[in-house]
Write a protein that binds this ligand. Structure first.
Ligand code: NI
Length: 160
């Protein structure tokens, strides 16, 4: 998974200065009342990081795992990301993802075919879950910075 790990690091390197340049006022601005602000999007990506860390490590340990889903909007509102400090969110998001790139880089290839079932849906392999994690992250960065420089293969797949 070296390629996926390097890709994640490249996305972080591109995103970090853009996120740090965003003022706290802009980071708090919702494009529409029912849409997430950049603070809430980065918050959602922190939630994605911690949920996926659990998926990654738990699935390494067992050939087949059932995993609960998580209520994304509830996680965002319950943690009051809108009132959190922008630079703290960016620091946490960057550091968490650098660690996940490290985890992805060192995954035992023998475990990449291990299966994970989320809320009883069709099983995905650990290898797919890791690659898809990065695509989901890029999808949400594109919501903050529509001009890129991120490209998502599955830009239309995700709606939250
Ligand atoms: Ni999402």
């Amino acid at each position: 998974m070296t390629k996926t790990a390097n890709h994640l690091l490249a996305v972080l390197t591109a995103a970090e200065p853009l996120l740090r340049q965003l003022s706290p006022a802009l980071a708090q601005q919702k494009p529409r009342p029912d849409k997430w602000s950049p603070k809430e999007i980065i918050g959602h990506l922190i939630d994605s990081a911690c949920n996926n860390q659990q998926k990654f490590v738990r699935t390494m340990a067992t050939p087949k795992l059932e995993f609960p889903g998580y209520a994304q909007d509830f996680w965002v509102s319950a943690q009051h990301y809108q009132e959190a400090e922008w630079s703290t969110l960016v620091d946490l998001w960057i550091a968490y993802n650098r660690h996940l790139a490290h985890v992805i880089r060192h995954v035992d290839p023998a475990t990449l075919q291990h299966a994970i079932l989320i809320q009883g849906a069709v099983p995905f392999t650990l290898g797919f879950i890791m690659a898809d994690y990065v695509e989901h992250l890029k999808h949400h960065l594109l919501q903050i910075f529509p001009e890129g420089p991120f490209e998502s293969k599955f830009a239309n797949v995700y709606n939250a």
